[in-house]
Design a protein around this ligand. Structure first.
Ligand code: NAD
Ligand code: UGA
Length: 336
């Protein structure tokens, strides 16, 4: 199978490429990104070809690669909430416009598309567990710019779904729920808002900065280890008996629900177990901060986000197994 991964140099793309090159030698990867730092160790593998292409500015170049693949994963996106608020149009141009072009080529050339939707499409839905076919997608007013990411992804979900109905587009939409692991964002950047929460907290400790809990940190996320998550993605790509065709899957770990406050305390306690971070963690304070001070007025939060994974369990025969503490330890092992 010829797999095109756009955004292969990112967190998910790098772990997915690594797994494919290790255990699926009959698959080949065409990898596109503007940065190869996280996949340097893969560039000499004959099964991966890397192209440095900016899909916003040089999008014409991408058409040929879509034409020549069997399946495309358009992973390139801005996925950091701080940027949704400070630069919403950059989010729209990459996350929506660039990926729309790829989806249209996939429909035109009859290629399979595996699209990273997001748990953010459910927004402020109040269901106990979010269900792919039933839960509402609930966003806030226009002046809360945070929702531009959710809306961009939701609109692409709807476009892909409509191509499936009208043109028989082969697609799978997967919705990651806070996947975590090494290479998630930039651990060397301690500035508030530069990374998603787990990397942000680790980076704060490494740089001797205090941890900030946005609006008290009672909001809940369901953290999913990247190794579990990649297991689901491989099953989606393999698509045995067409089990993933025309489907939407939440890929998350409902057993790993945790408040952001608990997460902060867990990270600090675990960091005390490592020589490199012990002294720093002992000095780290956990402070409260107002969301408009941290992110700006265009921010609005999701108070609880838990996936139903019944569909992934029954159709993909997939279940996550790695707990949050184990995931955090794996990250600390890599960074310390
Ligand atoms: P990431 O930021 O680590 O990776 C995105 C990659 O896209 C980066 O390597 C970046 O260099 C590349 N990129 C950015 N602009 C580009 C451009 N103009 N041209 C080419 N490449 C460009 O993000 P990720 O966590 O790996 O997420 C991958 C996808 O999954 C995204 O679509 C994201 O929205 C979605 N997603 C991720 C999560 C998660 O838990 N990590 C959750 C929900 C959805
Ligand atoms: C994330 C991002 O939108 C995407 O990466 C993605 O689509 C999705 O959710 C996901 O990862 O599955 P969110 O979980 O809100 O959204 O983003 P984080 O930056 O990881 O923040 C999680 C929570 O921690 C938020 O409530 C945030 O306010 C809080 N936080 C973040 C803090 O309390 N302190 C910080 O320093 C950073």
């Amino acid at each position: 199978m010829k797999i095109l991964i756009v955004g292969a140099g990112g967190f998910i793309g790098s772990h997915l490429s690594e797994e494919i090159l290790k255990n699926h030698r009959d698959w080949t990867i065409t990898a596109i990104d503007i940065c190869e730092a996280k996949i340097l160790h893969l560039l000499n593998d004959e099964n991966l070809r890397f192209f440095n292409i900016d899909v916003v500015k040089e999008y014409e170049a991408v058409e040929e690669y879509v034409k020549n693949c069997d399946v495309v994963l358009p992973l390139a996106a801005i996925a950091s909430p701080a940027v949704y608020v400070t630069d919403p149009l950059r989010v729209f141009e990459l996350d929506f416009e660039s990926n729309l072009r790829i989806v249209k080529w996939a429909a035109q050339y009859k290629k399979r598309v595996i699209f990273p939707s997001t748990c953010e499409v459910y927004g402020m839905c109040e269901d106990e567990e979010f269900r792919e076919e039933e839960s509402n997608c609930v966003t806030g007013p226009i002046n809360k710019q945070r929702w531009i990411y959710s809306c961009s992804k939701q609109m692409l979900d709807r476009v892909i779904y409509a191509y499936g109905i009208r043109d028989g587009l082969h697609y799978t939409l997967f919705r990651p729920f806070n996947w975590i692991g090494s290479r998630l964002d930039d651990i060397t950047n301690p500035n508030n808002g530069s990374s998603r929460v787990v990397t942000q907290f680790l980076s704060n400790i490494f740089h001797g900065k205090d941890i900030c809990l946005v609006d008290g940190g009672n909001q809940i996320r369901s953290f999913t280890d990247i190794a579990d998550a990649i297991g689901a993605l491989i099953k989606i790509i393999a698509n045995e008996n067409n089990c993933a065709d025309q489907q939407i899957f939440n890929i998350g770990n409902p057993y790993n629900q945790m408040s952001i406050k608990e997460l902060a305390h867990n990270i600090v306690e675990l960091a005390k177990e490592y020589d490199k971070t012990k002294a720093l963690a002992e000095k780290t304070k956990i402070l409260d901060i107002n969301s408009s001070e941290y992110y700006g007025k265009g921010y609005q939060d999701v108070s609880k986000r838990v996936p139903s994974i019944q569909k992934a369990e029954s159709l993909l025969l997939w279940k996550p197994g790695i707990g949050v503490k184990e995931s955090l330890r794996k990250m600390l092992d890599v960074y310390c």
